[in-house]
Structures are given as structure tokens and as C-alpha cells.
Design a binder for this molecule. Structure first.
Ligand SMILES: C[S@@+](CC[C@H](N)C(=O)[O-])C[C@H]1O[C@@H](n2cnc3c(N)ncnc32)[C@H](O)[C@@H]1O
Length: 241
């Protein structure tokens, strides 16, 4: 794994790890973020307007999508079992569940107003290709939002967060899974999370990548209490001159 992506087999391991923890995903997230995960998702979802056509890339079991209020919500997710979970959890409208990857979005160019990656961009196999595709499907003036766990530059706060991810999260994740699953998930149910957190996640990297792809007005702000961040970028309007 490195800043811009991972090999196919590394990526498949990330997807498998996500499928394994899916039944406990919400509970684990709430515990490891000390109850903040749902607040962060709700805060990010306020960026969508009711009239928008929205794409969520890496929708998993539908945890973020259920917060969205929009005219149409496309949920793109590579895992068949996670798509099935979100089908059970989300109403028919305004959602459309699509199996696929962010590196190859099966939607027309310029067809969506907003794209959201809620804690999923770090899991892309090829973030470079993903950023280009998300720019392609956005209409001019449309916006991309990437929410991720905070990874500040070296500082005492960064050290604390790193210790949390490395040492506290694995214990909390084991506590949150059902007793019967503990043996099966004998190592650390969130082991891939620590790996992807180590390999990627600096918002300066996300910002540089978005600018290099042609996004405008790229910026990052902390979400509530600073444990997560929201990076955004806008598809430029075509110059008429
Ligand atoms: C940590 S989960 C986030 C789920 C949900 N968005 C949330 O807020 O909880 C990351 C999701 O991204 C998906 N994913 C991984 N690689 C992807 C890719 N290349 N394109 C689209 N989704 C991907 C995974 O299958 C997983 O469901």
C-alpha cells in the first residue's frame, strides 16, 4: 500500500475485512469514535440539497446514505454482500444501488450534482483514477466531498490519534463484535483500518490530488471535535470567453 493506491490482492483483503465486520460495523464505529461517527455523517450529509442528484461512492451497508436528503441518491459499492445489506436497510426511494467501483463509475459524464466519499476514499485501489472519474460524472459547478478519519501532520494530537488507531481501536472493535464472532475474527476485526490509516489519509495528499485533477476551491475543514475531516473540491465552470 502507498499514498496513491494498493495492489489488487491488498484491495481484495480490504473488501473482505469490511464484509467480515459488516454486521457489527455501525456498533464498532460508534464505539471507536466515542459516539461521533453518526454525527459526522449527519454533518457531511447536510452538504446535499433536496433537489440534488447525489452519488455516494463506497456506500457499504448504507450507513451514510441513510442520512442523505436528495432527489436521487446513487449508492456505488463493489461488494455484493454490502449492496444486499443496504437494500435491506434503505427505502426504495430515492436510492438506486449500483455494484461497481469509483475508478469506473457507470454513470454519464456531468450527470450528478454532488459526489460523497464517506470514509471510503482511503479504500480505493487507485485513488488517482477514482478522483478523475468523480470529476467526470460531476456537472460543472458540482462538488466532491471526502470525509475521512483525521490524520493531522506530526504533532502531539497526531500521536494521540495514531495511538488510538493502533492500540485502542483493536480492543474496542473486539468488544463491539458479537461474542460468537470473536473467535472467528480472532485477530483484529479492524486490522485493515490501521493499515489503510498508516498508508493514506493525509488531507494534504487528498487536496493535492484533487487540484492535480482539475478541481477548484479545494479545502479541508475538521468535522465536529476534530476527529474527522471533510475535504471538498468543485468542478470548474467552463470558460465562455
Ligand atoms: C469504511 S466503508 C464506508 C461505508 C460508508 N460510506 C460509511 O460512511 O460508513 C468503505 C467502503 O468503500 C468500499 N470501497 C472500497 N474500494 C472501493 C472502490 N474502489 N470504489 C468504491 N467503493 C469502494 C468498501 O467496499 C466499503 O464498503
Amino acid at each position: 500500500m502507498n499514498h496513491s493506491g494498493m495492489t489488487s490482492s491488498e484491495w481484495l483483503e480490504v473488501i473482505e475485512a469490511m464484509e467480515e465486520v459488516a454486521p457489527y460495523y455501525d456498533r464498532v464505529n460508534q464505539l471507536i469514535t466515542l459516539g461521533m461517527a453518526e454525527r459526522w455523517r449527519a454533518e457531511v450529509a447536510t452538504q446535499a440539497d433536496e433537489e440534488d442528484v447525489v452519488l455516494e461512492v463506497g456506500s457499504g451497508p448504507g450507513t451514510f446514505a441513510r442520512h442523505l436528503r436528495a432527489r436521487r441518491v446513487y449508492c456505488l459499492e463493489p461488494s455484493g454482500s454490502l449492496i444486499r445489506m443496504s437494500r435491506d436497510g434503505l427505502p426504495d426511494e430515492p436510492y438506486e444501488l449500483i455494484r461497481g467501483v469509483g475508478e469506473r463509475v457507470p454513470l454519464a459524464s456531468g450527470s450528478v450534482d454532488k459526489v460523497f466519499c464517506s470514509f471510503s476514499f482511503r479504500d480505493f485501489r487507485d485513488r488517482d483514477a477514482g478522483a478523475s472519474e468523480m470529476l467526470r460524472v460531476l456537472r460543472e459547478g458540482g462538488e466532491l466531498f471526502i470525509a475521512d478519519v483525521a490524520k493531522p501532520p506530526p504533532s502531539p494530537m497526531a500521536k494521540l490519534l495514531e495511538m488510538h488507531v493502533r492500540h485502542i481501536v483493536p480492543v474496542m472493535a473486539r468488544v463491539a463484535v458479537h461474542q460468537s464472532a470473536r473467535k472467528r475474527l480472532s485477530k483484529d476485526p479492524y486490522r485493515k483500518f490501521a493499515e489503510t490509516y498508516d498508508a493514506f489519509g493525509f488531507t494534504s495528499f487528498y487536496e493535492r490530488l484533487l487540484r492535480s485533477k482539475g478541481f477548484d476551491d479545494v479545502s479541508t475543514k475538521p468535522l465536529r471535535l476534530g476527529g474527522a475531516t471533510l475535504t471538498r473540491g468543485k468542478k470548474p465552470w467552463k470558460s465562455t470567453s
